[in-house]
Design a protein around this ligand. Structure first.
Ligand SMILES: Cc1cc2nc3c(=O)[nH]c(=O)nc-3n(C[C@H](O)[C@H](O)[C@H](O)COP(=O)(O)OP(=O)(O)OC[C@H]3O[C@@H](n4cnc5c(N)ncnc54)[C@H](O)[C@@H]3O)c2cc1C
Ligand code: SF4
Length: 512
């Protein structure tokens, strides 16, 4: 195959196969794009498959309906099997980094101690990853947004935090030249986010890497240690229907399709051991709303910049990183309307308050659990089985209480948990209502934006699916290189840990 870098849209230019390459990377998010760039720069012949389309600049139209349809996996409609948790991830060239909130939170060092101690990842030390983390932060042009970029939604949370004397911070982000349009979760039409589409992908193309878009990897067959066959279907322009068939032969395959899709692909291919798709983490987040007499206009400016970190435990004896944090988050009308606990006339009345509503997410680290299982039904549909346990419900009660306190301190008239039926707090005297926060299945709009641990790495196939190099046990030459590998929550946000790991594992792969 040619070593001329390019983006080829298979919906417009179907390729006749079979193609033969040295490395086939599946997925072009932060993980896949970083690995592809490293391999390309090292002179390897690399082909990247991406089932999303390439959308940059004005093609990111800021319209809720069109952008969820085009930029999110399952058109934004993916959820756990019991419909309790919306499982959000990107489906576009550049993956989730195109539609994420651009918060940059590196791996907490105590987590690496836990990975060494509990999961046998002896060489995952702070020192061993320092160079990779620095490279990740450089890719992201990580910086703290200037105070002038904080919108009212975020400064209200900061006001409440300061009034209570709690710990909080303006988070690092990966924006350069941000004009505060506020539609980060629908993609940035100004290319202000230093995401995978803007940084590693153009650099990978310079290094000779070819990206095929609207190219869905269906199955991987292990023909030998140095020979794999990947069955690919091209999709139509909008990504709804499979079209042409293409076969690719590669010496090595790197799976970086995001934690759910990577495990799904392995399951479909019958590759990997019994740990694939089991014991994963969704790190569910609960949205909460606060109504103010003054206009907040949470839809203007950067959505998510301030975090209350008072309740994060960074030296937890079992998990390393535990507790919770509260982050302000704004949303476009589409997403806010779907989160509010009312429909019809009542929903309309609530949406009339939209300019006065402040929003926050309650972010909780997660632990591997025995009963989280990915399965593929006979009809090919993916099922994500995951349920909150009692400990999570207790921790959510604590985080809701903290959010109520912080918003009331900031002057909110009402704090609303969008449960069915809703829980409303107008003063601290309402706190006993917290007992009514049951989090029964599908009663609150929980969100997972941080899926991980579906194909965990570990020292032995008895306990893990991949080696510490990311190589799938039992399938030499098949590597996993995304958050599927994380044995536990490394941080409240996972793009930076993923980038760190992608730099690290690419180095390890190239030095073999
Ligand atoms: C709404 C939202 C907000 C977020 N905010 C933040 C944040 O502020 N900070 C942060 O650190 N993290 C955030 N995240 C998480 C972060 O964006 C993701 O963890 C990260 O993008 C994952 O990177 P990845 O490369 O592993 O996978 P992805 O980015 O998911 O990329 C995988 C790619 O593989 C493609 N793919 C999947 N299956 C196939 C297949 N079979 N064939 C071909 N291609 C396939 C997908 O289309 C996708 O583009 C957010 C996520 C979401 C959804
Ligand atoms: S807030 Fe900044 S980064 Fe986000 S979409 Fe607007 S200009 Fe782009």
């Amino acid at each position: 195959m040619s070593r001329l870098g390019a983006i080829v849209d298979l919906s417009k230019e179907p390729l006749a196969g079979p193609l033969s390459v040295e490395y086939c990377v599946i997925g072009s998010g932060p993980a896949g794009a970083t690995a592809a760039r490293a391999l390309g720069r090292a002179g390897k012949e690399v082909l990247v498959l991406e089932e999303g389309a390439d959308r940059v600049g004005p093609a990111l139209t800021q319209r809720d309906g069109e952008m969820y349809d085009q930029l999110y996996m399952d058109r934004g409609g993916r959820s756990t099997a019991d419909l309790s948790i919306a499982v959000l991830s990107g489906r576009v060239l550049g993956g989730g980094s195109v539609i994420n909130a651009s918060d940059v939170v590196p791996i907490h060092p105590s987590v690496l101690d836990v990975w060494q101690r509990r999961f046998g990842l002896a060489d995952y030390t702070v020192q061993a990853l320092a160079e990779d983390e620095a490279a990740a932060l450089a890719d992201l042009s990580a910086s703290r947004p200037d105070d002038s970029l904080l919108n009212r939604n975020n400064t209200l949370l900061r006001d409440g935090c300061h009034k209570l004397g709690w710990r909080g911070e303006v988070m690092l982000h990966n924006r350069v030249g941000c004009a505060g349009l506020g539609t980060c979760l629908l993609g940035c039409p100004l290319s202000a986010k230093r995401n995978a589409r803007i940084v590693p992908i153009p650099q990978a193309i310079e290094g000779g890497v070819r990206f095929l878009t609207r190219a869905r990897a269906l199955r991987i067959e292990q023909l030998g240690a140095d020979r794999k066959r990947i069955t690919v279907r091209s999709l139509d322009e909008r990504g709804y229907h499979e079209q042409h068939h293409l076969t690719i032969e590669a010496k090595r395959v790197i799976i970086a399709a995001g934690a759910i899709a990577s495990a799904q692909l392995l399951r479909r291919s019958g590759l990997g051991n019994q740990h694939v798709g089991r014991g994963f983490l969704l790190q569910p987040q609960l949205p909460i709303a606060a109504s103010f007499a003054e206009p907040v206009r949470c839809f203007e400016g950067i959505p998510q910049t301030y975090a209350v970190t008072q309740f994060e435990e960074l030296q937890h004896p079992v998990h390393g990183f535990w507790g919770f944090r509260i982050e302000a988050i704004g949303g476009t009308p589409g997403i806010v309307a779907t989160m509010l606990p009312a429909i019809g006339a009542a929903g309309q009345r609530l949406m009339q308050r939209y300019p006065h509503i402040a929003g926050a997410l309650l972010l909780h680290p997660d632990a591997p659990r025995d009963d989280s299982i990915l399965s593929i039904e006979r009809n090919g549909r993916l099922q994500i089985h995951y349920q909150l346990d009692a400990e999570q419900v207790t921790r959510f009660r604590q985080s809701v209480e903290a959010a109520v306190r912080v918003y009331l301190a900031a002057g909110a008239e009402e704090v609303l948990v969008p449960q069915t039926p809703p829980l409303s707090f107008r003063s601290l005297g309402d706190l006993p209502k917290l007992a009514g926060l049951t989090l029964r299945p599908a009663s609150v709009p929980l969100i997972s934006a941080h899926q991980m641990g579906t194909v965990k790495m570990g020292a032995s196939p008895a306990t893990a699916a991949c080696s510490p190099d990311g190589e799938l046990y039992g399938a030499p030459g098949v590597f996993v290189l995304d958050s599927s590998l994380f044995p536990s929550s490394p941080s409240s946000h996972i793009m930076t840990p993923i980038l760190t790991l992608a730099h690290h594992l690419s180095r390890r792969l190239l030095s073999r």
